[in-house]
Design a protein around this ligand. Structure first.
Ligand code: AMP
Ligand code: MG
Length: 428
């Protein structure tokens, strides 16, 4: 007899995963270059002013504004060049009345000077003097100490993704080693007697195991560390042993395939023999309705569908936030936004539909359209998708021109809780 499964709304399923499962937060200190694309494990606070000294933003002449107060075309003012400094060197001593220092971008403003005349606006004479024909007000063309940030200012919060801009800051403040969150390990096992290794030639009735590599890429993108457990035929004993090992060795266990109620679907039996506490085995979404979440002594176990589209969605919705939470990321869910549907979905569906889509822009308006065949088994449509179009289930269909929610894929900022307002409004 086929068991009856109760579908859980997506929002509730995500909530339960986060409530009933946990992945420990751990931190480590790593060499700078290993910290990019990781997540900061401590707040970054400026421990000195930036810039650390008043400096010139241009190539030019540092001067005393007072000397130029009367300068004009009819009253050119001559200043004696008493030095030349490039970035990294400082002018020793004070610049006195009637003197100037040739200065390059980034060099410290010499004592006594309070303005910089750009090279383009001065006339350099052959006798070591320059001529200026206009006044320069005090503070003209000076980048002031601390104008970018002041010592003590909190700059980047713990849990921030180390993107290139954050890397620049870390380097500015001398982080040779960077405190980051340890990447949780995610074990991936494919189950299915039809599966071939990626390198194997096709044979009748068989397909290559694409899900394992897709999940590995998703785990990496989320900030986790994939651990490959290969693939096994639909054999309970073999799969059970593999999963037991995974439970010992990794922070999160993922299987793909065999999650449904077919003759060779092992996930339900695995849950039983492992004594796992099941959180759900059906979600009111399409694709991915046969997704199982459970834990064994608190350790997360996900039985994702073998259908590539369904597997993908299950990983993004349920595994990603767990990984991100253990990285102390601020927004652990996929970033939610809105766009205008470019095509009709007239057929109502009782379950929330998550359509792999392509986001485009036309006259300043963001539009979305499906990226290919909208079937859970389609692997091709995954390659082009940069969003999931989220169409809530119910009795209505969706027409082109309606505003819909979208979830951005491969985006680092994330959302706090993408499912708060999944209502769809029609745009007139
Ligand atoms: P299952 O979840 O085992 O019922 O599989 C559903 C569909 O996904 C079937 O067509 C399988 O052949 C296919 N499938 C299962 N595992 C994988 C995998 N690792 N990679 C690609 N397709 C798979
Ligand atoms: Mg199968």
């Amino acid at each position: 007899m086929v068991e009856k499964r109760l579908p859980l709304p997506i929002e509730e399923a995500v909530r339960r995963v986060l409530q009933e499962m946990d992945v420990p937060v751990r931190t480590e200190s790593v060499p700078f270059l290993d910290a990019t694309q990781r997540f900061l494990a401590a707040d970054l606070v400026a421990d000195h002013d930036v810039p650390p000294f008043d400096r010139s933003p241009y190539d030019g002449y540092a001067l005393r504004s007072f000397d130029t107060a009367q300068a004009s075309r009819t009253n050119p003012v001559r200043l004696k060049t008493v030095g030349e400094i490039g970035a990294g060197t400082v002018f020793a001593g004070d610049v006195k009345a009637g003197e100037t220092v040739r200065i390059m971008t980034g060099a410290k403003i010499p004592n006594g000077c309070d303005a910089v005349a750009m090279l383009e606006v001065v006339k350099e004479e052959s006798d070591g003097y320059i001529t200026v024909v206009r006044p320069f007000a005090a503070n003209t063309n000076i980048s002031f100490q601390g104008e970018d940030t002041r010592k003590g200012t909190p700059l980047v919060k713990k849990g921030s993704y180390v993107h290139p801009g954050v890397a620049a800051l870390l380097a500015t403040f001398g982080y040779n080693y960077v405190p980051v969150a340890v990447q949780p390990t995610v074990g991936i096992l494919s189950m299915g007697s039809e599966l071939l290794e990626v390198g194997a030639p096709l044979t009748p009735g068989k397909i290559r195991n694409s899900n394992a590599y897709m999940i590995a890429a998703q785990v990496r993108q989320a900030g986790g560390q994939p651990v490959m457990y290969g693939q096994l035929p639909d054999d309970l004993k073999l799969c059970e042993q593999a999963v037991r090992n995974m439970l010992e060795e990794v922070d999160i266990v993922i299987t793909t395939g065999g999650a449904s109620v077919g003759d060779y679907d092992l996930v339900p039996q695995l849950i039983e023999t492992l004594g796992a506490k099941q959180i759900f085995n059906k979600v009111a979404m399409r694709p991915g309705s046969v997704t199982t979440a459970a834990h064994v002594g608190g350790k997360p176990f996900f039985g994702l569908s073998g259908n590539p589209g369904a597997c993908f969605v299950g990983c993004e919705l349920f595994v990603r936030p767990l990984i991100r939470r253990s990285l102390q990321a601020q927004n652990i869910h996929l970033k939610k936004s809105k766009a205008i549907l470019a095509v009709d979905f007239p057929k109502p569906n009782p379950f929330t539909r998550l359509v792999r889509g392509i986001l485009s822009e036309e006259d300043g308006i963001h539009k979305v359209a499906p990226s290919g065949l909208d079937k859970s088994g389609s692997v091709i449509s995954l390659a082009e998708a940069d969003v999931l179009i989220m169409l809530p289930g119910g009795t209505r269909g969706y027409q082109s021109g309606m505003e819909v929610d979208i979830l951005l894929l491969g985006e680092q900022q994330g959302s706090e809780w993408p499912w708060k307002s999944v209502a769809v409004s029609s745009k007139s």
